[in-house]
Design a protein around this ligand. Structure first.
Ligand SMILES: NC(=O)c1ccc[n+]([C@@H]2O[C@H](COP(=O)([O-])OP(=O)(O)OC[C@H]3O[C@@H](n4cnc5c(N)ncnc54)[C@H](OP(=O)(O)O)[C@@H]3O)[C@@H](O)[C@H]2O)c1
Length: 332
């Protein structure tokens, strides 16, 4: 059977472009025992994939040049040599950027389609939701009445963090990159204050004005100058879940900034980096909580769904230009 895939054509220097990707026609291999054949329905594009385009050691191995890009996806079983799955089942797992694929059944988890739409498993009920949940709850440890600032606030993780912080009774201040997103966060997601980092004259002072009692928790999705400005406003015994640094992912030079350690030291601040897999043994209970909040309509899903396999590279590049609200997903 013939199918189409997208491979890493070359490693980017600085911001990636469409030339770093290549479309190829390939023939699917025959299925072996315990394997399933899949028709890919949704693929997730995520900022961390930028790191995998570099030839650098990290918590996940780099993508290989001339090999398919891969990431989280949802697919339908079209043929099965596994007792675990039947034709017609829906599964979640790591998938190559390929329209059809064959994979080992042990690599996939069956999805209960009665719980939520399939794309939710790439966002609100997937890694995104779990990242927001554990970063905020286990590292941030929010208490009612505290002030939580979240950067990348209208993105997949940020929107979840803001909503969970509201459920916890916190005052929530978001930082995002457009007036349209500011309006959405305030009006639909009930953020208390939202700052447009692209238009504000003085970010540090804007944060100070928006957080009259200081910042108790800073959920950092972006790093760089935005985080420098927030951390200058952090309170005594503040907590900083260090989730992402998207503003630095395309830097081709070593980024420099102010030395923030004296602030962390003198205000007894906890700053903790984390990778979501650190919390793997607790995923089931967190997932139950997320499902409950979704059913109670206390967590509202937000996603930007781009149509078409051939739009995958465009959707991925769009993350670095703020083209998504909520989870960026491609529907094949
Ligand atoms: N630690 C973990 O295990 C883990 C897991 C998942 C994600 N993450 C990290 O969490 C962060 C958010 O991920 P996500 O999946 O939710 O992505 P996302 O926020 O949905 O998408 C990226 C958003 O980042 C903002 N952005 C892009 N370039 C920026 C820049 N130079 N400065 C400031 N903001 C910029 C854009 O929004 P604006 O319009 O607001 O600029 C864009 O929409 C990323 O850094 C990601 O790597 C970490």
């Amino acid at each position: 059977m013939k199918t189409q895939q997208i491979v890493l054509a070359s490693r980017p220097i600085g911001t990636p472009t469409l030339t770093n990707f290549r479309f190829e026609d390939v023939v699917l291999p025959e299925m072996n025992d315990d394997e399933i054949q899949l028709n890919t329905l949704y693929l997730s594009v995520d900022p961390y994939m930028r790191g995998r385009m570099n030839d650098a050691k990290s918590y996940t191995p780099p993508f290989e040049v001339d090999k398919p890009i891969e990431g989280a996806g949802v697919a339908k079983v079209t043929a099965s040599k596994s007792e675990k799955f039947n034709v017609g089942d829906y599964v979640y797992g790591r998938l190559p950027w390929r329209i059809h694929t064959v994979g080992a059944s042990k690599e996939f988890i069956k999805i209960d389609v009665s719980v939520a739409p399939l794309s939710y498993y790439l966002g609100i009920l997937g890694m995104t939701g779990l990242t927001a949940y554990f970063g905020l709850m286990d590292i941030g440890k929010p208490k009612a009445g505290e002030t939580v600032v979240v950067s990348g606030a209208a993105g997949a993780v940020g929107l979840m963090v803001g909503q969970i912080a509201k459920i916890m009774g916190c005052r929530v201040v978001g930082i995002t990159g457009s007036d349209q997103k500011v309006k959405l966060l305030k009006e639909e997601f009930k953020f208390d204050e939202v700052i447009n980092y692209k238009t504000t004259q003085h970010l540090e002072k804007s944060i100070e004005r928006s957080c009259p009692d200081g910042v108790d928790i800073y959920f950092d999705n972006v790093g760089g100058v935005i985080s420098d400005a927030v951390i200058r406003n952090i309170n005594f015994h503040g907590r900083i879940p260090l989730c992402g640094q998207i503003s630095l992912y395309n830097s081709s030079t070593e980024p420099y900034g102010p030395r923030l350690q004296p602030i962390l030291l003198t205000r007894s601040v906890l700053l903790q980096g984390f990778i979501i897999n650190d919390f793997q043994s607790h995923f089931p209970e967190a997932m139950q909580q997320l499902i409950t909040w979704v059913k109670e309509k206390r967590l509202i899903n937000s996603e930007t769904i781009i149509q078409g396999f051939n739009q995958l590279p465009v959707a991925f590049l769009g993350l670095f230009e703020g083209q998504n609200t909520g989870k960026m997903v491609v529907e094949l």
